[in-house]
Ligand binder design. Structure first.
Ligand code: PHE
Length: 492
């Protein structure tokens, strides 16, 4: 078969006027293909003239389709009513989701009645048989149905109106049935034979968009992460190694003086790993000190006084916070011959078995900073956090006493949100407990500041995303990732 644009031209040559809808029927092709052919003919200049017209059509909804095959709701209700009647609640229950509508329609059609003479309402037939006009209408040709009735079906969500576009076409000033494609390229042959002098080449379309280059691009979370990393680096922090998504309970909880019965260790909050289920090779003397401080105390603490078990500590999990990383790093710092003050940060992924909603996923990123030195106080802690947030352009901060098993004192960090006109929680912080630091081997008198916040929250605020699923996960629009702007934080 010849190509479709040529076929359209030949039809037009015979008919003088054509209609895309009828032409599609005649040529037995999809109307959209005809429209495509018409568009390409339009691009040739004045070969054809076109006009668009719109047609209103009725289309059945899913519910309408059901009515077309199974009958209207009222007819189905009527059919459920036996000759000697049926209690009303039983009828409604039998009819399922369409019972209520069907019932009231069947009542107003005068098909059924409620009989209360026996006490409880019983539904009875008023007539022997019915004609299901609604079904007949829905199934049949809509041209004969009154507009009012159609509007009623629309209201009942059985049918909806759809507008479709069609074309009429006529011959244009340069009508031809032979499409000549102007050559797009100058060839060596044309030059050799001199035919280029008489050939009309297809003009350049300087308005055509170029082919998009498939370059890589950064996800907004990574852009915001780069900004936070920059701030830490400006403040003299070095980055911790965060490559362990799978961690042992020991480093995630025990090293942090988090008791083994703590609710956070429950499978409701933590994802445990089944293969490999456990870790081994903990530094043995350190492990003994951790065991002791939990069960008996020491280092100036009375401990928790429970039977600490290595089985619990060896369980593998997906780390629930990056403080597990900080614990490993602080332990390493403590193993050096002489203690040197450190400022360290990390920004990486953590996992919690949360109920998912618009702002929570089972995995997210934490930003965490730790500073260890002799004689650090809560004042230093507040100072470091203040400097950090000031560099982010957040100046109004408040600290609220809180509880963490591994810090004392602990403080939640709040900032004043100008948009929301209220104080919102933006992070958590505190001074790591001696029960955590001393068993590691850090010298007496060394204190450690810690603070953490999520990366998702500031990113969502920065990029004005209000559902986390639009930022992370399989529903993310890749175009959003491609087109979102650079992240610039107005820094102080
Ligand atoms: N780990 C804490 C959290 O998950 C944050 C934190 C880090 C708190 C360091 C105090 C010290 O929220």
């Amino acid at each position: 078969m010849q190509d479709l644009p040529t076929a359209v031209l030949q039809e037009l040559d015979r008919a003088n006027e054509l209609d895309s809808l009828k032409l599609a029927e005649k040529l037995q092709v999809d109307e959209q293909k005809i429209v495509g052919a018409i568009k390409s003919l339009e691009a040739l200049g004045d070969v054809i003239e076109t006009k668009i017209y719109q047609v209103k059509n009725w289309k059945l909804t899913a519910e309408g389709e059901e009515v077309a095959s199974a009958g209207s709701h009222e007819a189905r209700v009527f059919n459920q009513v036996p000759a000697d009647g049926i209690p009303q609640p039983e009828l409604i229950k039998k009819c399922g989701p369409w019972g209520k509508v069907g019932f009231s329609k069947a009542m107003s059609a005068g098909w059924i009645k409620i009989d209360k003479s026996q006490g409880a309402p019983v539904v009875q037939r008023l007539i022997e048989s019915i004609t299901d006009t609604v079904m007949d209408h829905i199934k049949g040709d809509d041209s004969s149905i009154d507009d009012k009735v159609k509007a009623e079906y629309k209201k009942r969500k059985l049918a909806e109106e759809v507008l479709t576009k069609h074309y009429t076409l006529q011959k244009g000033a340069n009508f031809t049935t032979k499409i000549e494609k102007a050559p797009t390229e100058l060839t060596a042959d044309m030059i050799a034979t001199g035919s280029w002098k008489t050939t009309s080449l297809k003009p350049y379309n300087l308005d055509a968009l170029g082919v998009e280059t498939g370059a890589g691009c950064l996800h907004p979370l990574l852009k915001v992460r780069a900004e936070y990393r920059q701030i830490f680096l400006e403040m003299g922090f070095s980055e911790m190694t965060t490559n362990k998504f799978v961690e042992s309970s020991f480093w995630n909880f025990d090293a942090l003086f988090q008791p083994q019965q703590h609710p956070a260790r429950d499978a409701h909050d933590t994802f445990f790993i089944s293969d490999p289920a456990t870790s081994t090779n903990f530094p043995s003397d350190y492990l003994e000190r951790v065991k002791k401080v939990h069960s008996e105390g020491g280092f100036g603490s009375q401990g928790y006084g429970y039977d600490w078990k290595i089985d619990e500590a060896s369980k593998n999990l997906l780390r629930t916070h990056t403080t597990a990383v900080s614990a490993r790093m602080l332990y390493e710092v403590a193993q050096k011959d002489t203690f040197e003050p450190v400022k360290m940060f990390s920004i990486d992924r953590v996992f919690r078995n949360e109920t998912l909603d618009a702002t929570h996923l089972a995995e997210f990123h934490q930003i965490e900073g730790v500073v260890a030195d002799y004689n650090l106080t809560l004042g230093h802690c507040i100072g470091v956090i203040n400097t950090f947030f000031t560099k982010l352009g957040i100046e109004k901060l408040r600290f609220k006493p809180a509880y963490n098993p591994y810090t004392e004192p602990s403080m939640e960090i709040f900032s004043y949100h100008e948009g929301l006109q209220k104080w919102v929680e933006i992070g958590n912080s505190g001074m790591f407990r001696p029960e955590m630091l001393l068993p590691m081997g850090l010298p007496e008198g060394v204190n450690c500041i810690g603070f953490g916040l999520s990366l998702e929250r500031p990113t969502m605020i920065k990029y004005k995303i209000d559902n986390i699923r639009d930022l992370v996960g399989h529903k993310v629009n890749l175009d959003m990732v491609k087109r979102n702007p650079l992240c610039r934080i107005v820094k102080a």
